[in-house]
Design a binder for this molecule. Structure first.
Ligand SMILES: [Zn+2]
Length: 368
């Protein structure tokens, strides 16, 4: 509006309505931004589209506001004042548990899940009733494989939900998967296999977040034909736990980068590390935490690890520690500052991953 037009409008007492785009609350950038937040072995992955719309995948643990505050710090870093879309991948405490602490501090407009909880004895069951009250006052969607989620500037496709999988391959995918032959099933709990999984495309960049989807479902999704094709980066990888991350899916997807949402004593298990390290084309594994379950034998260089243990032992054990079962002592508390790993992707397929702890950053050029 020119100064003259503004003066005229003021003289005439005209109400001036500035054109406000839908996602004006954010600093829109031309890139896709992804923050993998440290929620101590839970999941909270914040995706900000090039138009400034936001998608949060899970809310971390119940933790007296600790995980909620870490998510809000990432959201503020991205210039957000609300979460436009939230996916609760499944009803486990390390995914939905932080929600009652997050919502009073930061508005959420749209809730997406796989439908009702399938495990009344699971760690997230106690949050289901309060969750239903939350989404009753907002927009709510039950995710179905094959459906697109409405997020500006991105193609976000649901590929798994409530135990169902994408009915037909993505365009260009559908080749037979040579990694199916060596598949070994694993035991499941009731909720992990229900996880809402999404495939995200931005220009030439492709990424995938499958929540805590387990091996048996990985097989259904990827065998006998690979429904997803290849991707640039895989997010989460179920904390690096061995009940997921079979070679059947990892080696077929051929990610160049994996970002693992593990904890100090959760995930980073030898089976997963072997599957990732032997995956054709994998350049780097980035981890949210140093994991005692990796030991020196399996861990990545510290440059790629966002959070180390607060109480560091004098020497890092060489051998991996066995995953603690029920009744194990609690994991070491991480009370110090928490750091995220941030991925920024461009339309041409170039992307950069940065470790917020040490500032180490690496750029991945598109394959020619
Ligand atoms: Zn989990």
């Amino acid at each position: 509006m020119t100064r003259r037009a503004l003066a005229l409008a003021l003289i005439l007492g005209v109400t001036i309505l500035w054109a406000v785009p839908a996602a004006a609350q954010t600093r829109a950038s031309k890139s896709l931004q992804i923050y993998v937040v440290d929620v101590e072995g839970g999941n909270a992955t914040l995706i900000v589209s090039p138009t400034g719309e936001s998608l949060l995948i899970d809310t971390g643990n119940p933790s007296n506001g600790r995980d909620a505050d870490r998510i809000i710090a990432a959201a503020r870093d991205a210039g957000l004042t609300q979460i436009d879309h939230l996916i609760i991948t499944h009803y486990h405490g390390d995914h939905i548990g932080g929600l009652p602490e997050l919502l009073p501090k930061f508005p959420i407009r749209h809730f997406i899940d796989h439908g009702p909880n399938s495990d009344p004895m699971g760690s997230g069951a106690k949050f289901e009733a309060v969750y239903k009250e939350m989404y009753a006052k907002a927009k709510h969607t039950v995710a179905r494989p094959g459906a697109r989620l409405p997020i500006g500037g991105l193609e976000v496709l649901v590929v798994t939900s409530n135990g169902d999988i994408l009915p037909k391959p993505l365009p260009g995918a559908g080749q037979s998967n040579p990694h199916c032959a060596r598949f070994k099933p694993s035991p499941n709990n009731l909720e992990d296999p229900m996880s809402v999984g999404v495939h995200i495309t931005f220009g030439k960049f492709r990424t995938l977040h499958l929540g805590d989807l387990t091996r048996n479902k990985e097989f259904e999704l990827m065998c006998p034909t690979n429904r997803l094709g290849t991707i640039d980066a895989i997010l989460g990888v179920h904390h690096g736990q061995a009940t997921s991350n079979s070679e059947t899916i990892i080696h077929a997807l051929r990610p160049r980068v994996a970002i693992m949402n593990n904890g100090t004593r959760k995930g980073g298990e030898p089976d997963t590390m072997q599957s990732l390290f032997s995956s054709p084309g994998l350049e780097d594994l980035w981890q949210i935490h140093f994991s005692l379950l990796s030991g020196q034998e399996y861990t990545v260089p510290g440059l790629f690890i966002a959070n180390v243990a607060d109480d560091r032992p004098a020497a890092m054990p060489v051998a991996p520690m066995a995953a603690p079962g029920a009744g194990a002592p609690p994991a070491p508390v991480h009370n110090g500052p928490a750091y995220w790993i941030k991925l920024v992707a461009e339309q041409d397929g170039t992307y950069t991953v940065t470790n917020a702890r040490n500032g180490f950053s690496k750029r991945y050029e598109p394959a020619r």
